[in-house]
Design a protein around this ligand. Structure first.
Ligand code: PLP
Length: 390
């Protein structure tokens, strides 16, 4: 009698534990299945990692302003900026025309103050080319070191106006032409020409814009970013305006740049031109990557979609960078910080709850020796009300 009770008890225990194990296995499997849906697909090379970047809510700015402010993290691209998209599409275009052939020792020339050069350096290594980068000699050390680490050919030139034949864009064009005309070599040189290259804005129209639209569940009130070549703002705004007529597009512009007046009043002009107090030839600011005093092909392609512009001072950008790092753990570069200041200004005049999307172009780690050296001097407890001037 006792032994049959014991056997029955064992049977119950075994049945219970086996169903528990089965339950665990099934639930684990279910967990695995949902994980499988979420993890990014395995990729075959670095080029395939480009795009599909995350979008994140900036909690501090959203809570303080009563609007929802989001950052599209272009800094999450493998080369660290939105320029990866542009570099890849430019290379693929040259491959289609036969001007670049992998493994033939072809050289891609570009004039860039940094980000685009890094994207080209990365992709040229991955796809079988040499990157030759012409840049101003006051480009931040981090960017130079990165280019050196990728093994790109680097040509430093004095910062100069675009009309100067030795300006970095002109130097890159000249280098490519020389190689094309050199009959003693089999290999070719191409000039990427990011400012004028039509593929630039088109890739943002085809990818960055639609990604933002999907990530925001088709609900955006404002889009804001700066303009370097103009590719990002032109491509994204043209796409966003094509899917919604309620979206307002703002250009965020650093001090010393003429774009603000171009958008506001149709005239490319900045006060420093009159005063003759420029410290630096092109645009008188600590901010890298944005601000210009000429209309590029890429900017022109989207100019009709830009509704308004906001000028941001270096001081405001430095404070905002510190604020975002201290409050949100978002460690961004100078142009992203300009965009965040502009996003807050938009929020101040927007309906509560409005949804604002800005681009976070690159990480603060690209700017440690220059912009962030100054930003570190800002008190990390700075309040939002102390960031915005006036
Ligand atoms: C850091 C950074 N932010 C923003 C931009 C501006 O992007 P776009 O050239 O598409 O106007 C650039 C351009 O080089 C950049 O390097």
């Amino acid at each position: 009698m006792y032994s049959s009770v014991k056997t029955a008890l064992y049977a119950v225990i075994i049945a219970f534990s086996s169903s528990y194990i089965t339950y665990k296995l099934v639930s684990k499997n279910a967990e695995y299945k949902s994980l499988k849906d979420q993890v990014p697909k395995r990729k075959d090379n670095v080029a395939e990692l480009i795009g599909n970047t995350p979008l994140v809510k900036i909690q501090s700015l959203s809570n303080e302003t009563g609007c929802e402010i989001y950052a599209k993290l272009e800094l999450a691209n493998p080369g660290g900026s939105a320029k990866d998209r542009v570099a890849l599409t430019v290379i693929r275009h040259f491959e289609e025309t036969g001007e670049l052939v992998p493994g033939r020792n072809d050289v891609l020339f570009e004039g860039t103050s940094g980000s685009t050069g890094i994207s080209f350096a990365m992709l040229c290594n991955a796809l079988g080319y040499t990157a030759h980068i012409c840049l101003p000699d006051d480009t931040s050390n981090e960017k130079l070191q990165l280019l050196e680490s990728y093994g790109a050919e680097i040509e430093k030139v004095k910062p100069a106006s675009i009309v100067d034949p030795n300006q970095y864009v002109n130097a890159a064009r000249k280098g490519a032409l020389e190689l094309q005309n050199d009959k003693s070599t089999e290999y070719n040189g191409v000039f990427a020409d990011q400012f004028e290259n039509d593929n630039n804005w088109r890739i943002h129209y085809a990818t960055t814009g639609p990604e933002i639209w999907e990530q925001m569940n088709h609900d955006i009130d404002y889009f804001v970013t700066g303009s370097g070549t103009g590719g990002t703002i032109a491509g994204c705004s043209r796409y966003l305006k094509s899917v919604s007529d309620k979206i307002k597009v703002f250009l965020a512009d650093p001090q010393g740049s003429g774009m603000f007046n171009r958008v506001k009043y149709g005239v490319m002009y900045d006060q420093v031109e009159k005063e003759g107090t420029r410290r630096r030839h092109q645009v008188d600011t600590l901010i890298e990557g944005i601000g210009l005093n000429r209309v590029t092909h890429n900017f022109f392609q989207g100019e009709h979609c830009i509704d308004d512009s906001i000028r941001v001072t270096d001081e405001e950008a430095l404070k905002m960078a510190r604020y975002l790092s201290a409050n949100d753990g978002l460690f961004v570069g100078s142009s992203s910080s300009i965009n965040a200041v502009a996003a807050v200004r938009i929020a101040q005049n927007a309906k509560p709850g409005s949804k604002i999307v800005m681009i976070a172009c690159d990480s603060g780690s690209r700017h440690l020796s220059k912009f962030w050296k100054e930003a570190l001097k800002v008190d990390k407890n700075i309040q939002l009300k102390d960031i915005l001037e006036q």
